[in-house]
Design a protein around this ligand. Structure first.
Ligand SMILES: NC(=O)c1ccc[n+]([C@@H]2O[C@H](COP(=O)([O-])OP(=O)(O)OC[C@H]3O[C@@H](n4cnc5c(N)ncnc54)[C@H](OP(=O)(O)O)[C@@H]3O)[C@@H](O)[C@H]2O)c1
Length: 321
């Protein structure tokens, strides 16, 4: 019998790829979103639901409203909690980042606790932001591992990182207290093809700027969106999956390298020169490979496929040579 999976924030860049992979595998997917009113925000999901073998239904739920996820989680087998604001510029970090991240995580996990008779595992999309320490560096040796926690960020210093750290801590606290089976996926900066034509995710905004030769602000720790989707699916399909999983290339990738890959593939366009930097291994990414059997796509495919989909959908207009 097909398993039922809830995906919160199903409209998002990462979640849409996850929904696609789940539907391809025949899951019954319940996607949550803030509002069903603006159809253009989720038409890509409706298209996926119509095209793929699994079955998709969409449900309204609000991260900030207690009990909002109870109904959609009821009788589900798995819960994937991806919804969380990933915004770099905010007016009020508590209201705009920390509250939806932390209260949302508590609300979703409490809904899973209430349905513990059917929910076998919850997977929370955390972030490498909850791991990395830019000042202190890794706690053991020179590489960041799942044992590292970001204990530097605060409401006033890197509030997005703070929101992800606090949300993940809240998830582990509930898991421990309630005996809820929890796995977290901790991606670095996600790149790779987009599905649909929504372009408001930070990953998409920054990569669009690069393609349009307007900026080269791509974070050097990176991973492909398809690998993040696979990691989430493996996190429920591998029974022994446990704890946190950093999902990332192990070494930094420079903007000069991105420029070289794109210039070779799209010689008709001009991209930012980027900055040269020696590839430096910063991350031990062996846990997800050993325990979940995940093989990472080479980064050049993330750049080429992301640029191709952004250009094809008319989201990015590159500068001709
Ligand atoms: N992209 C990356 O590089 C990256 C790296 C590491 C971790 N992550 C994590 O991956 C997850 C998805 O990120 P993404 O890149 O896919 O971003 P995204 O496209 O902006 O998606 C964010 C999702 O969260 C929902 N959301 C945001 N604020 C909300 C609120 N107050 N109430 C309800 N829903 C809310 C959005 O819903 P609406 O459709 O209603 O706006 C959207 O579905 C996040 O947890 C993020 O922290 C992302």
């Amino acid at each position: 019998m097909a398993h039922t999976a809830v995906v919160t924030g199903a409209t998002g860049y990462v979640a849409t790829e996850l929904v696609k992979q789940l539907l391809e595998k025949g899951y019954i997917v319940r996607g949550t979103l803030r509002s069903l009113a603006s159809k253009e925000k989720y038409s890509h999901l409706v298209d996926l639901g119509n095209a793929l073998p699994g079955k998709l239904t969409l449900h309204e739920a609000d991260l900030l409203v207690e009990g909002s996820f109870d109904e959609v989680v009821k009788s589900a087998d798995y819960v994937f909690h991806t919804a969380s604001p990933f915004i770099m510029q905010v007016q009020d970090p508590q209201r705009d980042l920390v509250d939806p991240a932390v209260k949302g995580t508590k609300n979703v996990l409490q809904a899973a606790v209430k349905s513990k008779d059917t929910v076998k595992r919850v997977v929370v999309t955390s972030s490498f932001a909850a791991v990395v320490k830019s000042q202190k560096g890794p706690q053991n040796g020179s590489l960041f591992t799942e044992a590292d926690w970001n204990d530097e960020s605060s409401l006033t210093d890197q509030p997005y990182r703070f929101s992800k750290t606090e949300a993940e801590k809240a998830a582990w606290a509930i898991s421990k207290q309630e005996g809820l089976d929890l796995v977290t996926i901790n991606p670095t900066f996600v790149l790779g093809p987009i599905i649909g034509s929504r372009a408001d995710a930070t990953s998409i905004i920054l990569f669009k700027d690069f393609i349009e030769n307007k900026g080269a602000n791509i974070i050097p720790w990176q991973v492909d969106v398809r690998d993040i989707g696979r990691a989430h699916v493996l996190a429920v399909e591998v029974p022994s999956a446990q704890g946190r999983y950093i999902v990332s290339h192990p070494s930094t990738l420079s903007t000069k390298y991105i420029s070289e890959v794109l210039s070779e593939h799209f010689p008709q366009y001009r991209f930012p020169a980027g900055t040269d930097a020696e590839a430096k291994q910063v991350i031990d990414n062996s846990k997800v490979q050993k325990e979940l059997g995940l093989k990472l796509l080479p980064a050049k495919f993330s750049y080429i496929d992301m640029a191709t989909t952004l250009i094809q959908r008319g989201i990015a207009t590159p500068v001709p040579q």
